[in-house]
Design a protein around this ligand. Sequence first.
Ligand code: ZN
Length: 355
Amino acid sequence: MGIRVRAIIIGVSLMIGAGLLVVSGGMNPALPAAIQQEDKAAGNPVEDQAEIDPKAKIDLNLKPNEAGKIMVLMYHNLGKEESEWVRTPANFRKDLSVLYEKGYRPISLSDYITGHITTEPGYAPVVLTFDDGNLNNFEYLENGLISEDCAVGILVDFHEKHQDFPLEATFFLTGERPFKQAGLESQKLNFIIDKGMDIGNHTKDHPILDKASGDEIQAQIGAQAQYLQTMMNRDDYVINTLALPFGTRPKDQVLTRYLAAGTFQGVPYNNMAVLNVGWNPGYSPYDKRFDRLVIPRIRASEMKVDNVGLYNYLDYFDRNPGERFISDGAEGVITVPEGKKDFLADFSGQEVYAY
Ligand SMILES: [Zn+2]
């Protein structure tokens, strides 16, 4: 439902921007034919052409490749001393700057899994995630301001200075008292949602799920979803993404379905996305091999990353630019180099443009 709300908002803003005409690329079924004819006659020729064929707007010099891979970055803590699971605030700022300079732009996890990618043409989408919900992810100071050195503070500040770097990140929270400041739980959750960022499920007790029973899995996911939902206390946002603690899945394949959906104490939950811990960039959401219930993540750090960390993959994409997802900037069209076409799934409602 979080996804649906976002999609509706985007649809409305498109309609306003385009004067109700270029919503779906073709004739607007909501308007009587006579009015559509009239609008067409009055419109200017360039806009009309784009309306008929959204491909006309695509700049192939930017080498769009919407079959390319997308990095989902996994952060845990920010802190004074860099370690395997801790990034210093300075290094996190460096990461954002490097991503920005190299042409990466954050998108939400929900836009990734639904293939609703509105990244500017020529740029590469990237997904930012934070696990565990520690204080260093989101801290209010005694004066009521957000700490400049917590993840939320740094992200908001970076976005204010670089408006073309969207404020998108998902915080996966485990247990009660997310972000570890008593009494501020609701305020923090709602701040994140109101800013357009996201909250995800990281289970109630952060267990290793390999040997858990179906009931235990459903309790861990369902209880946490219900707790976060209660703390948010709003009906326009639903917790529907899960990051697996330690990246561990149930050994019994039959139980895997409870990661996606289940019921706890009579209340159902549904997860649109399930995220792993390692080790590689994710497939394009338009790729046949893309599985929203098995999304790999890249360790966004520099220590003990076993050559599969953020900077390893930044280098990899620098050396192999054809592997990177590059947006065409056009809605309703999936633009790919000719050789990549065979990897595409049948993505309903979108036109494939191979060049
Ligand atoms: Zn964790």
